[in-house]
Design a protein around this ligand. Structure first.
Ligand SMILES: C[S@@+](CC[C@H](N)C(=O)[O-])C[C@H]1O[C@@H](n2cnc3c(N)ncnc32)[C@H](O)[C@@H]1O
Length: 257
């Protein structure tokens, strides 16, 4: 099965593997393994927990959740190349992890299937957040939880540069509290909204520096143009955060028992 979705070139095989060089192996999301680990540390999952990863990408988080929590993870992603690479990697591992191509907006799962519905930096692609959270609530077991990180924004972003970045990237961003409000309105309880933009700025600086440090290795597979693209994009994100327009958050919320 294949899908042509690549978000206007953002998720072609070349772009994915280029991103992986800066985010770290298995990840196309901020802070890669380190930040994902800090989110995993907050989880208290039962052994053999059933997990759905929305926008699972290359599967880095899915493999971590299986490894650390003994979870069975099902990843769904809309980009054919992401799924192809993730499946190639899953075949080389013994974890109970599966990946399927699909648009989460069009999928359905049985009520009460999952202990955890997880997502890292994928919901930014989805405008219909309320509808999605309504379905997510249904798919969770009583007492189950949703945990996701996502790009976010100030209630009223100021700079034209940031507005253009959001538009050309095809992102649909909310401010952190609006996001949390939707979770409460659809029926989640114990909703946690955490703005971790200051740490994100540090993460971006580290990732950018690490790319410069590993320039020789990067240039074995990619070009100076690729290096320049990533450097500029990371600089932009740092500036948008410093301007107060861009934010990054973590949300955690539970289905009542
Ligand atoms: C920035 S990447 C993050 C990938 C992964 N979560 C990670 O942490 O490395 C966002 C992912 O969301 C996927 N995505 C976007 N819209 C989606 C949708 N409607 N359904 C499923 N996946 C989607 C993209 O294809 C992409 O792989």
């Amino acid at each position: 099965m294949s899908s042509n979705y690549d978000n206007n070139g953002q998720y072609t095989r070349h772009s994915i593997l280029r991103y992986e060089k800066i985010f770290g192996e298995g990840f196309v999301s901020s802070g890669g393994v380190k930040i994902t680990q800090s989110f995993c540390d907050r989880l208290d999952l039962p052994k053999g927990a059933k997990v759905l990863d929305i926008g699972s990408g290359l599967g880095g988080a899915a493999f971590m959740l299986a490894d650390q929590c003994g979870a069975e993870v099902h990843g769904v992603d809309l980009a054919g190349e992401m799924i192809t690479i993730a499946q190639e990697r899953a075949e080389k591992q013994a974890y109970p992890v599966t990946f399927a191509l699909g648009d989460i907006r069009e999928l359905s799962f049985e009520e009460g299937t999952f202990d955890l519905i997880w997502s890292r930096d994928a919901l930014l692609h989805i405008p219909e957040k309320r509808e999605l959270f309504e379905k997510v609530l249904t798919w969770l077991k009583p007492g189950g939880e949703v945990m996701f990180s996502d790009y976010s924004q100030a209630p009223n972003p100021k700079t034209d540069g940031f507005k253009e970045y959001v538009k050309t990237s095809g992102y649909h961003l909310l401010d952190p509290e609006t996001y949390g409000g939707i979770l409460r309105e659809v029926g989640f309880v114990n909703v946690l909204v955490e703005d971790w933009t200051p740490s994100f700025i540090e993460v971006l600086r580290d990732e950018k520096q690490s790319l410069v440090d590993k320039k020789e290795i990067f240039l074995k597979d990619f070009t100076e143009e690729d290096l320049d693209y990533l450097g500029k994009r990371w600089e932009q994100k740092i500036q948008y955060c410093l301007d107060g327009d861009m934010r990054v958050g973590l949300w955690q919320a539970f289905k009542a028992k």
